[in-house]
Design a protein around this ligand. Structure first.
Ligand SMILES: *Cc1c(COP(=O)(O)O)cnc(C)c1O
Length: 368
């Protein structure tokens, strides 16, 4: 396994490669089989829903980056919902971010029975009372779309004292940006649809934990529920992971440059990017994150101003999701997020910084 002391780029490029074999392929190859020749070896593959070499290759790569054992799911929400089904039973209390990805809240409220749901803002003053009686505390830091940050280590200490497990939705940070398990969380999960796959052409998610019993329960539940990713999608995401380090570096460069011009612009009311020392989340973010990504948010005067900005930009498409090669922006209020009408979440892509900054400045003229 390629792990420390190699750097992020090396680990992304080499993660999950099969051992070299003369005449064998260098990159991982997708194994599309649903059936395998049966064997007396109980660890051998036998049916595609239970496991296959393509899953194992990417699980090994992501698990090494997260620092645990990874279980893949067909989407980020499939990972979130599987975790809830496996860990929670009726009567349990679950603490969820009030300002995090909206479908997590919908799932526990509308699709699971009998849970006590406590919604807490990422920037709340977390105390023993906030987590009292909880079975699971789910954090999302940086949060989507607000880009607020909470102290994983401090909250994990509180939650563990209360007997709760702590899971962190690590989607915005990516496995290179933050290691929740090393910071004291029990579970890291993410939508790999975003930065890990990175090319806006596949949905995928994962859960990573160091608890072998939880890994076994997740794998069994995945097999029985049938919420399994297709090998081709997993292979695409593995191919994408190879350039995660490079893509994140360019995206963060673009975010830093855009942060500076947005901050100064008269059409922009506020701008957030935890990577900037000027951002209110920076102090905690800098302590617990390894590096920053390309997602920023900023507020224009109104929904109409945001629409004019999007219509005027040639490089920033109006689309939801983030972490891909192509810059995009999403007016989150349209999805019901409790944010100002003119707030845009902008996912910086891998365009040249000069081009992206010039394009955004031109589009902002239309938003004034
Ligand atoms: C996108 C996202 C999800 C859901 O992931 P899908 O792959 O779209 O199912 C969960 N959490 C966060 C923070 C996200 O941004």
């Amino acid at each position: 396994m390629v792990s420390e002391p190699f750097g992020d780029g090396t680990r992304c490029v080499h993660g999950g490669l099969v051992p070299a074999e003369p005449g064998g392929p260098v990159p991982p190859q997708p194994v599309m089989a649903s059936q395998f020749h049966l064997s007396d070896d109980p660890s051998a593959d036998f049916y595609g829903r239970a496991g296959n070499p393509t899953w194992r290759a990417l699980e090994s790569a992501i698990g090494a980056l997260d620092g645990g054992s990874c279980v893949l799911y067909p989407s980020g929400m499939a990972a979130v919902s599987a975790l809830m089904r496996v860990l929670l039973k009726p009567g349990d209390t679950v603490v969820l971010p009030s300002d995090g990805y909206y479908l997590g809240r919908s799932y526990v409220r509308e699709h699971m029975n009998g849970l006590v749901v406590r919604e807490v803002a990422t920037t709340a003053a977390w105390t023993a009372e906030t987590v009292a009686g909880a079975a699971l505390v789910l954090l999302e830091t940086p949060s989507n779309p607000g880009l607020d940050v909470c102290d994983i280590t401090a909250i994990a200490r509180l939650a563990h004292a209360a007997g709760a497990l702590v899971a962190v939705d690590n989607t915005t940070a990516s496995p290179l940006g933050q290691r929740p398990l090393a910071l004291g969380a029990d579970i890291a999960l993410a939508s790999d649809t975003k930065a890990v796959a990175g090319h806006s052409d596949v949905l995928l998610g994962h859960i990573t934990t160091t608890d072998p019993d939880l890994v076994a329960r997740l794998r069994t539940e995945r097999t029985v529920s049938g919420a399994v990713p297709g090998p081709f999608e997993v292979w695409l995401a593995h191919r994408g992971l190879g350039t995660l380090d490079l893509r994140l570096a360019r995206q963060a460069e673009n975010a830093a440059a855009l942060y500076d011009v947005l901050r100064e612009h008269p059409a922009v009311r506020s701008v957030r990017w935890p990577g900037s020392p000027l951002d209110p989340a920076h102090e905690v973010a800098a302590r617990q994150m390894r590096r920053f990504g390309g997602v920023i948010s900023f507020e224009l005067a109104s929904a109409e101003a945001a629409a004019r900005f999007l219509a005027a930009s040639r490089l920033v498409s109006s689309a939801t999701s983030f972490g891909g090669l192509h810059s995009n922006a999403d007016r989150r209020a349209r999805w019901g997020d409790a944010v100002p009408e003119g707030l845009l979440r902008l996912s910086c892509g891998c365009e040249d910084t000069r081009d992206l900054v010039a394009d955004v400045l031109t589009a902002l003229e239309a938003a004034i």
